[in-house]
Design a protein around this ligand. Structure first.
Ligand SMILES: [Mg+2]
Length: 386
């Protein structure tokens, strides 16, 4: 039972304000306006990967700000339904939207009906049995805050959780950095979740929300939780469920060559756990290339279509002829779009994980381009001429 999921950042067309920077005329802008006037609703939508396509680290790449601005009209209203499909997590939705707005110069703000939906948030109904149970959230950023915003009421980050167990990390004194968070006021987990007795309550599930920071400590504590049945230091017990938000082996960050991702951490944890425990590690990984992600993205894009109409009291939208997935990783972005099938059309950029001259051999994209700007040019030109 191994499937995968991720992060969806949703941008609604409603009440959108103009982009922060006015648009300069672009090659296909005029013809695209004509398209809009003769055809009220676009029959296509776009899903952008972020790392290696829109950003490298925190720096926009591939002409991404210009490319995104082309999806807005003169008035600043969003004309083309688009969203971001990314594995980057660990930051609450509202903060991620503000950060993206600043980096890209496009006004992606919560006040404009912009939402960032983590995969675990989308699956909240499936996880409702954990809503009032002790769970741990692992990864960079603020994984426990992300999970608590999705309704989990007794969630602790692994940093916080481990801090309750003296000597659980035998090499902590040799670490030059501190893994203890500065808690203040209401952010103190002991005040947030006063009904949890961490030293006696069992952890009912573990969620790897974003890339883990301290692999050694995290693997140690996760092995403790998972093989003991939820309480470190106890005898072996039934393994609590373990979920990963993604399974990327590598991804493109600020460093010139690829960095190890959540999938690499999963392999390390699984390898070690299976050596020290009699039962193999059980887990579920979500994220691209899981078809769930693409089906969900299609449903969200349909809601974003400007001309959804009312029928028998229900909001209906017209089916898309084409949905474009623009990504840099053949194994997740392109494989996922191909598995999802119609109406997905995959576009592979050369700004991230993939740098080949030709197409990828194992998971060839429908189109290979250098940059995301080139991809958007292609889409608008094609759609205007169709
Ligand atoms: Mg990527």
């Amino acid at each position: 039972m191994k499937t995968r999921v991720r992060t969806v950042i949703r941008v609604s067309q409603s009440r959108s304000r103009p982009p922060l920077s006015p648009l300069s005329p672009q090659p296909y802008y005029r013809s695209f306006s004509q398209l809009q006037s003769r055809q009220e609703r676009p029959s296509f939508g776009i899903a952008f990967d972020i790392d290696g396509v829109i950003l490298r680290g925190r720096v926009p790449i591939g002409g991404s700000p210009q490319a995104l601005r082309r999806l807005y009209g003169d008035s600043g209203a969003l004309k083309i339904p688009f969203l971001f499909l990314t594995n980057g997590g660990g930051i609450p939705e509202s903060r991620r939207a503000v950060e993206l707005s600043k980096l890209l110069g496009v006004d992606i703000l919560p006040s404009q009906q912009v939402f960032i939906i983590l995969c675990f948030g989308q699956l909240i109904n499936s996880f409702s049995r954990f809503e009032n149970k002790l769970i741990v959230a692992i990864g960079k950023g603020e994984p426990s805050l992300v999970m608590s915003e999705y309704g989990f009421k007794k969630v602790l980050s692994l940093d916080e959780y481990a801090s309750y167990f003296e000597n659980i990390d035998p090499v902590s004194q040799y670490k030059a950095w501190t893994t203890k968070q500065e808690f203040n006021g209401h952010s103190n987990p002991k005040e947030l979740v006063p009904r949890i007795d961490v030293l006696s309550d069992k952890v009912k599930a573990a969620f790897v929300v974003s890339d883990p920071v301290d692999w050694g400590r995290d693997i140690q504590v996760l092995c403790d939780i998972l093989r003991s049945g939820g309480l470190p230091g106890q005898e072996n017990g039934h393994q609590p469920p373990l979920y990963f938000a993604a399974d990327d082996l590598e991804y493109q960050a600020a460093f010139p060559s690829n960095r190890l991702g959540m999938g690499a951490f999963r392999i390390a944890l699984e390898s070690i756990f299976n050596r020290i425990h009699h039962n193999a590690l059980e887990f579920i990984s979500y994220g691209k290339p899981n078809p769930f992600v693409f089906n969900n993205a299609e449903a969200i894009l349909r809601q974003l279509q400007p001309s959804s109409y009312q029928y028998n009291g229900h909001t209906r939208s017209h089916p898309f002829k084409t949905l474009y997935m623009i990504g840099d990783n053949p194994l997740v972005d392109i494989k996922g779009a191909k598995q999802a099938g119609h109406p997905w059309f995959s576009i592979l950029t050369r700004t991230g994980v993939f740098r080949g001259k030709e197409n990828h051999a194992e998971f060839p994209a429908d189109l290979v381009v250098d940059t995301v700007e080139e991809a958007v040019n292609y889409i608008l030109k094609k759609e205007c001429n169709s």
